[in-house]
Design a protein around this ligand. Structure first.
Ligand code: SAM
Length: 286
């Protein structure tokens, strides 16, 4: 068994390096020894797979990924963790740590340079402050990856995986379902981390779709519609679309009628097909 499943070893390396946790960087490190092996295995990585990890922290998940995958490239923003990772991952020769910001790094270039001709997956315990932006960045940039297996706060997991057209759905659910098939793999209690966050977490897997579930000519407009629809959840769809898209109510009424949607419907009732119908009706209107 690896030393990295031993919490006192991990704490020892961190304290030897004078490391203190940064709340601003979303540093809640996994210390439950059963979570990382399960996450790495469910990410689908094998000896033909390259893995990108965002935020390796002390390297507990990286260690499991490196044992299964052909190569792991882990992007860590906090340079104080570099000596820690040097020590904890010393036994692996298939891990590369990049000190950088996963929100800014050119990930297309990284994949082309580090994983030519390889199947690539993303696996990470994400810093909670960039959960949605990082997921949306990866999906919107259409990176050539097979899936994203990520730990996020439980509430975010529920929202991301909610089927559009159901009460729990939001703008992120619709966007995620356009690019991927999301599933909630398992829940992780707050006590599995140091320091323990105030809420529980969950591991979700987004398997990238080859084709989107609806056919859209103007993707930018489709996403503007979704964003506007959910911009004021308490209002009716017609009011939020009118203010969110800066269009008169009469025009929105005509669009909804053309898309066969009740004017007093709410955003969370809209399926992917409904959002697509609104987008097409808007396009025809202009
Ligand atoms: N993977 C480790 C684990 O599971 O124990 C640490 C996960 S911790 C939730 C998030 C990690 O992401 C931290 O190591 C933090 O420093 C790093 N991080 C925060 N913002 C980042 C960013 N923009 N780019 C890359 N890493 C980031």
């Amino acid at each position: 068994m690896s030393r990295l499943t031993d919490i006192s070893y991990v704490k020892g390396v961190l304290s030897k390096n004078g490391f203190t946790f940064s709340k601003a960087l979303g540093q809640n490190f996994l210390v439950n020894p059963s979570v990382c092996p399960r996450m790495a295995e469910l990410s689908g990585c094998g000896d033909d797979t390259g893995v990108i990890e965002i935020g390796p922290g002390a390297g507990v998940l990286t260690n499991e990924l490196a044992s299964l995958a052909c190569k792991v490239v882990a992007v860590e923003l906090d340079k104080r963790l570099l000596p820690v990772l040097d020590e904890t991952l010393a036994e692996h020769d298939n891990v590369k740590i990049i000190n950088g910001d996963a929100m800014k790094l050119d990930l297309h270039k990284l994949i082309a340079e580090e994983f030519p001709g390889k199947k690539v997956v993303i696996c990470a315990n994400l810093p909670y402050y960039i959960t949605s932006p990082i997921i949306m960045r990866i999906l919107e940039e259409k990176l050539p990856v097979e899936s994203l297996t990520v730990m996020v706060q439980k509430e975010a997991a529920d929202r991301i995986c909610a089927e559009p057209g159901t009460r729990e759905s939001g703008a992120i659910s619709a966007a995620v379902h356009y690019y991927s098939a999301p599933e909630l793999l398992f829940k992780v209690s707050r006590g599995s981390f140091i320091p323990a966050p105030k809420v529980d977490s969950a591991v979700i897997k987004l398997s990238i779709l080859k084709e989107p579930p609806v056919s859209i000519e103007d993707e930018a407009l489709f996403f503007r519609v979704i964003k506007a629809a959910f911009s004021q959840r308490r209002k009716t769809l017609s009011n939020s679309l009118s203010s969110g898209l800066s269009l008169p109510k009469s025009e929105i009424a005509a669009v909804l009628e053309k898309a066969c949607i009740r004017p007093n419907a709410r955003a969370e009732e809209m399926t992917m097909a409904n959002f697509a119908a609104i987008t097409r009706a808007l396009q025809q209107q202009t």
